[in-house]
Design a protein around this ligand. Structure first.
Ligand code: 13P
Length: 249
């Protein structure tokens, strides 16, 4: 199976800058080595989905409201995203958990609302440096998964991708080791096995994210149990990211 490559642009690119990026990426992407989802900011979604239409490039959003519609100032609903050509949404990113105090409960509600509206979720989990240093990594990610998928039916998991992003590896230039990633993938699949089935634990897509770059990508994305990667900084460099997406080993 092809690897899944996801670019999280975070709070970068104006719509005009996204236009230039997508024109270049869509025309240069071969789709031979990987599937690609690009997640620009909300404001760039219309131009991105317009330019990606009919191509192999899929569009994701970086956030979604847990509510369906109504008096929720500043929020963007799953239905709006779907209507704007969005296929995936990132939920549970550590930047939202930490800076915007998103709880496991809220994340679970966002996942349910997104799935109900036909969006796929890139559900992020990962331990902090303190968790890691106190030997709590697996306990923390187990808890995040159990709470995040609570109440989901097994067939709904087909629309959920789990991204293991250790907080200490995000934006630090310090990626996890192949062994760390392999062990995390094992735990993730074990939790899904215990909560669902052997089939679900085998079928669920698991990504790694955190300081991925052109040098470490092959080793980290080819370790056992890993189906792709979630990229931050490097995804903003269109030529570097195209190179990764087109030539993934
Ligand atoms: P970096 O690749 O910049 O470390 O960011 C990873 C990330 O948070 C992707 O969601």
């Amino acid at each position: 199976m092809k690897k899944l490559i996801v670019g999280n642009f975070k709070m970068n690119q104006t719509p005009e800058e996204s236009k230039a990026y997508f024109m270049r990426f869509v025309s240069g992407f071969t789709g031979n080595r990987a599937d690609v989802v690009l997640c620009p900011s909300f404001l760039s979604l219309p131009v991105a989905s317009f330019l990606a239409k009919g191509s192999l490039v899929k569009i994701g959003a970086q956030n979604v409201s847990d509510e369906e519609e109504g008096a929720f100032t500043g929020e963007v609903s799953a239905k709006m995203l779907k209507n704007a050509g969005v296929e995936y949404v990132i939920v549970g990113h550590s930047e939202r958990r930490n800076k915007y105090k998103e709880t496991d409960k809220l994340i679970n509600k966002k996942i349910k609302t997104a799935l109900k509206n036909g969006l796929k979720c890139i559900f992020c989990i990962g331990e902090s440096l303190t968790d890691r240093n106190t030997g709590k990594t697996f306990e923390v990610i187990r808890h995040q998964i159990e709470e995040g998928v609570r109440g989901l039916y097994e067939n709904e998991l087909e629309s959920v991708v789990i991204a293991y992003e250790p907080v200490w590896a995000i934006g630090t230039g310090q990626n996890a080791s192949v062994k760390d990633v392999e062990n995390a993938a094992k735990v993730i699949r074990k939790v899904i096995f215990e909560s669902y089935s052997e089939k679900a634990s085998r079928d669920i897509q698991v990504l790694y994210g955190g300081s991925l770059n052109e040098k470490n990508v092959a080793a980290l994305l080819n370790c056992p149990g890993i189906d792709g990667g979630l990229f931050g900084k490097i995804s903003l460099n269109v030529n570097a990211f195209l190179d990764i997406a087109n030539n993934l080993k």
